[in-house]
Ligand binder design. Structure first.
Ligand code: GLV
Ligand code: MN
Ligand code: MN
Length: 409
């Protein structure tokens, strides 16, 4: 299949420019789009409008995921799409590229007069990044039963607003959050197209524009709370301090140090919150959010234990205490091997693993799931510098159309 050059490029540029201003910080150029916030509501409107204009039937499921159907929903559907939310200050491509490409792939199939024998659905999963309520892949976890809806309803954002209240505000009834077996039974297979996040594609083949996913590493999030004694920054002598920031800093350094001897492992402290947080205040507690990724959930937990042990030692010296709370964990996932081989063959693309989490990794436990990656020469992601050239994005649309045609027969 060869893409209709002008039409698809124009549609891509038009969709991209409509999205460009939503949730963007003008100074940094980064995007902050979080589930059920104003930007997310605009994105949902945008998606509904795009899908409706194409004559697709749009619905919001019980978990706040959006679905646009080409053909009446029926078992065996070929589902594609991604997410529209972002990390705080993220890039333009992580998530939206998969959604825009899915819509454009439908256009491409239609312009080729392909009549799929199975329904095709374009999906936007809610809160993939966990940027607002902390639990990544929230919409797909709820759909598949991998998240407890009672726990999810009680999650709070940084302003102490519960997920249940935020959902209500967006018109999603929180009483119905939870496993959706009926919907899951419609999904024959899932393909998520995504910007590559890293340089594994380049390493596999410097000429390759597209890649196919093999597996997703194990990854988890932990909240380490160091508790000490709040006090005055000017009047408290060093010997009298129980300052939780000091062991917290040692914990950050430990998260780097423990990686020695664990090739492939990564650990990141991307968020730290002193409580109450004042320049002239010794904090009474510090929350340290830790993201650790490694070969398996057990390997990952071992690293966290090592980091927590160092943190506890430092905390004891400062007269502070530490609690460790696991916020989420995703075991390593092998994507569907048969689909990966089929896609690699169709696209003549290398097969690569990824260190990033994706809804496809959650869906993979229930339905055959695959991923396609569009090259991102710098490898930068979760930051404003994330980029894929338009020509490469169009090759992604072309490739996705080809894949959908093959899967939907
Ligand atoms: C999401 O992109 C993640 O890997 O955390
Ligand atoms: Mn991401
Ligand atoms: Mn993503």
């Amino acid at each position: 299949m060869k893409i209709t050059p002008g039409a698809s490029a124009a549609r891509f540029e038009s969709a991209w420019s409509e999205l460009a201003g939503i949730g963007r910080d003008r100074r940094s150029g980064g995007y902050s789009r979080h589930v059920f916030d104003d930007a997310d509501l605009l994105l949902r409107e945008w998606f509904t409008d795009q899908a409706t204009r194409r004559g697709l039937d749009v619905e919001t499921d019980r978990n706040g995921n959006l679905w646009a159907w080409w053909g009446p929903p029926a078992p065996g559907a070929v589902v594609t799409g991604s997410h529209l939310d972002s990390v705080p200050g993220g890039g333009a491509f992580d998530g939206p590229l998969g959604v825009v490409s899915a819509l454009l792939a439908v256009d491409e199939l239609r312009s080729r007069r392909v009549a799929p024998s199975r329904p095709i659905a374009v999906v936007c999963f809610a809160e993939e990044e966990g940027g607002r309520f902390g639990l990544p892949c929230l919409g797909s976890r709820l759909l598949t039963g991998a998240a407890d809806p009672d726990r999810v309803r009680r999650l709070h954002d940084a302003n102490s607003l519960s997920l249940a209240d935020a959902a209500k505000h967006a018109g999603v009834d929180p009483r119905y959050l939870g496993p959706d077996a009926e919907r899951l039974a419609l999904i024959g297979c899932f393909v998520e197209l995504h910007v590559e996040q890293g340089r594994l594609l380049h390493a596999a083949d410097p000429q390759a524009v597209l890649g196919v996913g093999s597996r997703i590493v194990a990854h988890g999030r932990w909240r380490l709370t160091v508790s000490g004694e709040g006090n005055h920054a000017g009047t408290t002598a060093p010997a009298d301090r129980h300052d939780p920031m000091v062991p917290a800093a040692a914990g950050v350094l430990a998260a780097r140090r423990v990686l020695t001897g664990h090739p492939g492992a990564v650990a990141t402290v991307g968020r730290i919150r002193p409580i109450p947080g004042g320049t002239n205040v010794i904090a009474s507690a510090v929350e340290v959010w830790l993201d650790v990724r490694h070969g398996s959930a057990a390997d990952t937990a071992e690293l966290v234990d090592e980091i927590a042990a160092e943190l506890r030692e430092e905390a004891a010296m400062e007269g502070c205490t530490v609690t460790v709370h696991r916020e989420s964990m995703s075991e390593q996932v092998t994507l569907d091997v048969g689909m990966a081989m089929q896609l690699a063959d169709l696209l003549s693309a290398p097969v690569i693993p990824t260190g990033a989490g994706h809804d496809a990794g959650i869906l993979a436990a229930e339905v055959p799931s695959a991923m396609m990656f569009v090259r991102n020469p710098s490898g930068v992601s979760h930051a404003p510098g994330e980029h894929a050239d338009t020509a490469d994005c169009l090759a992604g649309v072309d490739g996705l159309a080809e894949v959908l045609a093959a899967l939907a027969g």
